[in-house]
Write a protein that binds this ligand. Structure first.
Ligand SMILES: NC(=O)c1ccc[n+]([C@@H]2O[C@H](COP(=O)([O-])OP(=O)(O)OC[C@H]3O[C@@H](n4cnc5c(N)ncnc54)[C@H](OP(=O)(O)O)[C@@H]3O)[C@@H](O)[C@H]2O)c1
Length: 292
């Protein structure tokens, strides 16, 4: 049994807490507010979370592992927990979308202690104390000692946790999927919005740009990845709410830079044009500025 801290007890953090609890670990929840009566509705039924909750980074205890599940835009706040939690050298797993997990935490944690994690699981916060997990939690990590230890944390839980030989390709493929999610957030409509023909074409443009940049970065993606990603998105539940749409509905910041901005930035570096992502970002920034 390990003592594991989860920083950020939202959609993903709550499911992770439930899985760690099922695997028999001692779980410490690091949250901005109390977490009384937190329940995760998993595909196998409800799991009530019984964990130590800490709301002040100044009293965070030293743990064996830290799993960060805040949004990418909340990294500076999440980092405030690390001094106490990592006092005895605990590694930090970053469970976030995008492809820059290590870069985000490099100012706060030694590089060799950072484990990037690709998280794939449809989860929504339905209330402050209720989270709905719609499918299996897939967790993919780079191979190596840290990755192996992380995967071991989930032994005995229903999570699909695994080391992968080509993590770079895995995260870029996930970004291909996430990049088109900006359309749902822009239009304030759930995932089914790209089932229409015209919006499907726009989604394809966004994904193709992401795939071109991914290949320039060294990711190996199959021909036709954009069509495959769009088909998967169209086959997913039409009422699915991606985390960017959830953020916009809730009036929170969005992971626009981590999911689309990065495609522009890396596209510029490689001389790859990214007009569809640029337009989506410009429209979203204008919408947000108008409603501010
Ligand atoms: N949801 C999904 O289906 C899904 C799927 C795959 C990947 N992801 C990725 O997983 C990551 C987490 O997403 P999510 O959907 O779980 O986000 P979320 O529901 O918004 O949860 C983030 C949590 O972090 C907390 N937080 C923020 N700053 C904090 C701080 N300084 N100290 C402690 N807690 C802090 C927030 O607190 P408050 O409750 O006080 O706001 C919130 O509970 C994102 O990168 C997302 O893109 C999400």
């Amino acid at each position: 049994m390990a003592r594991v801290a989860v920083v950020g007890v939202g959609a993903i953090g709550s499911v992770i807490a439930a899985l760690l609890q099922q695997a028999g670990h001692e779980v410490v929840l690091c949250a901005r507010r109390p977490q009384d009566g937190l329940v995760v509705d998993t595909p196998d039924g409800p799991v009530a979370i019984r964990a130590t909750v800490v709301t002040d980074p100044a009293v965070a205890p030293a743990v064996d592992w830290v799993l960060v599940a805040t949004k990418a835009y909340d990294v500076a706040g999440a980092a405030k927990w690390l001094k106490g939690l990592c006092a005895e050298g605990a590694p930090v797993a970053v469970l976030q979308n995008g492809v820059e997990h290590r870069e985000r935490f490099a100012p706060y944690v030694p590089m060799e202690k950072i484990l990037p994690v690709m998280v794939d699981c449809p989860v929504e916060r339905e209330a402050a104390d209720r989270v709905r997990q719609r499918g299996v939690m897939h967790l993919k990590v780079p191979g190596g000692a840290l990755g192996r230890e992380f995967v071991g944390l989930f032994a005995g839980s229903p999570a699909d946790a695994a080391e992968v030989p080509d993590f770079l390709s895995v995260v870029w493929r996930k970004l291909c999927y996430n990049s088109q999610g900006v359309l749902s957030a822009l239009l304030l409509q759930p995932a089914g919005v790209v089932r229409g023909e015209a919006l499907g074409e726009v989604a394809l443009d966004i994904i193709r740009e992401c795939a071109a940049v991914a290949r320039a970065e060294g990711a190996v993606l199959e021909e036709g990845v954009a069509e495959a990603v769009l088909s998967a998105q169209r086959a997913a539940p039409a009422d699915g709410v991606n985390s960017m749409l959830a953020d916009r509905w809730a009036g929170r910041p969005m992971e626009l830079d981590a999911r689309n901005g990065v495609i522009l930035r890396m596209g510029r570096k490689h001389g790859i044009p990214t007009p569809a992502n640029s337009m989506a970002m410009a429209l979203m920034e204008a919408m947000v500025a108008k409603s501010a």
